[in-house]
Design a protein around this ligand. Structure first.
Ligand code: GLC
Length: 556
C-alpha cells in the first residue's frame, strides 16, 4: 500500500500576522511562532503551514509577494526563520510554506521591470494587452471584484490581475518566468522546508486568446471561470514544476484547487502520477458560500464529502478541512454558537477529522472560536472586504445590510489575534493588535482550555491522538451510514472486524441513529464529546443535540 509520511500527518495552519507577537508592534512574528512551538507539539500536530512570510506591501496580507527569497521585516529575519525551522524539526514537526505563484506584488522587481517598457525582457513575464477603444482587453472580472485589468499609462497597455490590482498575474506561458519560479522553489527546499501549500494553483493557465466570458458578473458569484480556472493544458505546468523541483525529494504539496471536482481529482493527486500530494477542494465551502442564508444542509454535505472520499480511496489522497484564513469560523457557519458552542464545535471536528485524508486545523479552530464581531464597516481590514463593501454600496444596499453580510462572510472574521490567555489582548501582544482581540478571549483561550479536560482544545487533542493510535483511520475505507438523515453525519472506516464508526448529530435537536449489521456497545466507545447518557436499544442510538461518538465496531 502507498504509505507516505504526510498521510499520517495532521496539519496546523498558522496565520503569522495573528499568531503571536513578541515585539509589541501588534503584528505576529516568527519569534512568536517559535515561542509557541511547544504548544503545537503538545497538541500533537505534525506539519505547520505558514501563510506567506515574504516581504510584501500587504495589499492582500502577504499574498502579494515582492521578494520570494526573503522574510517580511514585520515578521523577523531569515535567521529567525532558520531557527524556527530547526526548532520545529527538532520537535519532529515539519514546515510547509505558502507558495503564491499565480501572481506577484506590483512591487516585485519583476513587475517593476515589466511595466517599464514594452520591450523589457520581463515584459512577457506578465500578461499585457492592448485595450479595446479605451476599455479593458476583455470582460473578465477580478475574483476580488471589479475589472480584472488595470491600465498602465507608461506603456499604454493593460495588465491582468485575477485578484487585487496590486497582484498582477504571471504569464505561465513564459518559460524563463517558469524557470525562475522553479529555481526559487528549489532554493527553499534546499534550505530544508518540507513542502508547499500552493496558492490559487488552478488559475495559472489562461485560455489562449483570452476570450470574453459569457457572463462575467454571474460567474464571479458562483466562482466558475471557464477561461482562467482549470484550463486544459494546466497539468503540463504542474508536471514540469514537479519534475524541476520535487523529483527525488520527499516533499508535501497541497494545491489550493478551486474548480476541481472529485472526477478530475485523480489527475492532480492520483498515486500513479502524483503531481501533488493533495488538494484543497472548494465544493463543501461553496455549499455554504453560495447559499449563506440557507440552513446547514447536512444531506448536501454528506453527498459532497462522501463523493470525495469514494473518488480517492486507494487512488489518491484527500485534504480535510473546515476552516482557513479565507473563511468565516465553522461554528458560526454550521454550528450553534449561541446555544451549543462547545458541543457544535466538537461534533463538527469529529465529523471531518476521522475521514480518509490529511486533516487541517486553522489556528483558533481548535478553541472552537466563533466569528470575531465587528461593530462597523471601518473595522474590516481585508482589501477584498473593501471591494465588496464598495460594490454593495454601489448597488444601493443599506449600511446595516452590508454590515450584516460582512459579519457573516468577511475574511477578517477569522483573521484576528490568537487568544492565548485571559491577559490584555488575550496574551497576543503587549501593544495594540492590528485586528481587535477576539470578543471571547477571556473564556476561550489556550491556557484555560488546556486546564479544562472537557474543552474543545482537549477534544482536538484527543482526535489527533486517536488518529495516530488507530491505523484503520489512515487508510481504511469510508462507508456512509444514515445517508438519508438530515441531522446525522455517520460513517465507518475500515472493513469487517477492523472498523471504527463515527456518529455525529449535526443539529440542535436530539436525533436517533439506526444501524444494522454491527453492534455499537458501551465498551467499544473510543471518544465522546459529552457524557453518554444511555445506550438504548441494540440498533438505535439516541443522540443529544450535537452529540458525537466514536466506536470500535463489534461484529454481530
Ligand atoms: C488564495 C488565498 C487568499 C488570497 C488569494 C490570492 O485564495 O488563500 O488568501 O487572497 O489566494 O492570493
Amino acid at each position: 500500500m502507498d504509505d507516505r509520511w504526510w498521510q499520517r500527518a495532521v496539519v496546523y495552519q498558522i496565520y503569522p500576522r495573528s499568531f503571536m507577537d513578541t515585539d509589541g508592534d501588534g503584528i505576529g512574528d516568527l519569534p512568536g511562532i517559535l515561542a509557541r512551538l511547544d504548544y503545537l507539539a503538545w497538541l500533537g500536530v505534525d506539519v505547520l503551514w505558514l501563510c506567506p512570510i515574504y516581504p510584501s506591501p500587504n495589499d492582500d496580507n502577504g499574498y502579494d509577494i515582492s521578494d520570494y527569497c526573503a522574510i517580511m521585516a514585520e515578521f523577523g529575519t531569515m535567521a529567525d526563520f532558520d531557527r524556527l525551522l530547526a526548532e520545529a524539526h527538532r520537535r519532529g514537526m515539519r514546515v510547509i510554506l505558502d507558495l503564491v505563484i499565480n501572481h506577484t506584488s506590483d512591487e516585485h522587481p519583476w513587475f517593476r521591470e515589466s511595466r517599464n517598457s514594452r520591450d523589457n525582457p520581463k515584459r512577457d513575464w506578465y500578461i499585457w494587452r492592448d485595450g479595446r477603444d479605451g476599455r479593458p482587453p476583455n470582460n473578465w472580472e477580478s475574483i476580488f471584484r471589479g475589472p480584472a485589468w488595470d491600465y498602465d499609462a507608461t506603456t499604454e497597455q493593460w495588465y491582468l490581475h485575477l485578484f487585487t490590482r496590486r497582484q498582477p498575474d504571471l504569464d505561465w506561458e513564459n518559460a524563463a518566468m517558469r524557470a525562475a519560479i522553479h529555481a526559487m522553489m528549489r532554493w527553499w527546499l534546499d534550505k530544508g522546508v518540507d513542502g508547499f501549500r500552493i496558492d490559487a494553483i488552478t488559475h495559472i493557465r489562461k485560455a489562449p486568446g483570452l476570450p470574453d466570458m459569457p457572463n462575467p458578473q454571474g460567474l464571479a458569484q458562483v466562482a466558475a471561470y471557464p477561461y482562467h480556472m482549470n484550463v486544459a493544458g494546466i497539468l503540463d505546468y504542474i508536471d514540469e514544476l514537479a519534475r524541476e523541483t520535487l523529483a527525488g525529494r520527499d516533499a508535501m504539496t497541497v494545491g489550493e484547487a478551486n474548480g476541481i471536482g472529485p472526477d478530475d481529482a485523480e489527475e492532480w493527486v492520483g498515486t500513479t502520477r502524483r503531481r501533488l500530494s493533495m488538494i484543497l477542494q472548494f465544493e463543501h465551502w461553496h455549499l455554504w458560500s453560495d447559499h449563506p442564508q440557507a440552513a446547514r444542509d447536512v444531506l448536501a454535505l454528506k453527498r459532497i464529502l462522501g463523493r470525495w472520499q469514494r473518488a480517492l480511496h486507494g487512488r489518491g489522497w484527500n485534504a480535510l478541512y473546515l476552516e482557513n484564513h479565507d473563511l468565516p469560523r465553522v461554528v458560526s457557519r454550521w454550528g450553534d454558537p449561541q446555544r451549543h458552542p462547545r458541543e457544535s464545535a466538537t461534533a463538527l471536528a469529529t465529523m471531518y477529522f476521522l475521514m480518509e485524508g490529511t486533516p487541517f486545523i486553522y489556528q483558533g479552530q481548535e478553541l472552537g472560536l466563533a466569528n470575531a464581531e465587528f461593530a462597523n464597516l471601518d473595522e474590516f481590514r481585508d482589501r477584498f472586504a473593501h471591494n465588496r463593501i464598495a460594490e454593495m454600496r454601489a448597488s444601493g444596499l443599506s449600511e446595516d445590510a452590508i454590515l450584516d453580510e460582512m459579519r457573516r462572510t468577511g475574511r477578517d472574521t477569522a483573521r484576528g489575534p490568537m487568544p492565548w490567555d485571559d491577559g490584555p489582548q488575550g496574551g497576543f501582544t503587549t501593544g495594540t493588535p492590528w485586528l481587535a482581540a477576539h470578543q471571547d478571549y477571556r473564556s476561550a483561550n489556550v491556557a484555560r482550555q488546556q486546564a479544562d479536560p472537557d474543552s474543545v482544545l482537549q477534544h482536538y487533542r484527543a482526535l489527533i491522538a486517536l488518529r495516530r493510535r488507530e491505523p484503520v483511520l489512515i487508510h481504511g475505507r469510508y462507508t456512509a451510514l444514515a445517508a438519508r438523515s438530515t441531522r446525522i453525519y455517520a460513517y465507518t472506516r475500515g472493513e469487517g472486524d477492523e472498523r471504527i464508526a463515527v456518529v455525529c448529530n449535526l443539529s440542535s435537536r436530539p436525533a436517533t441513529f439506526r444501524h444494522t449489521g454491527f453492534a455499537l456497545a458501551a465498551e467499544g466507545l473510543l471518544l465522546v464529546n459529552r457524557p453518554v447518557a444511555l445506550h438504548g436499544p441494540r440498533h438505535a442510538l439516541r443522540l443529544a443535540p450535537w452529540e458525537a461518538r466514536v466506536y470500535r465496531v463489534a461484529a454481530e
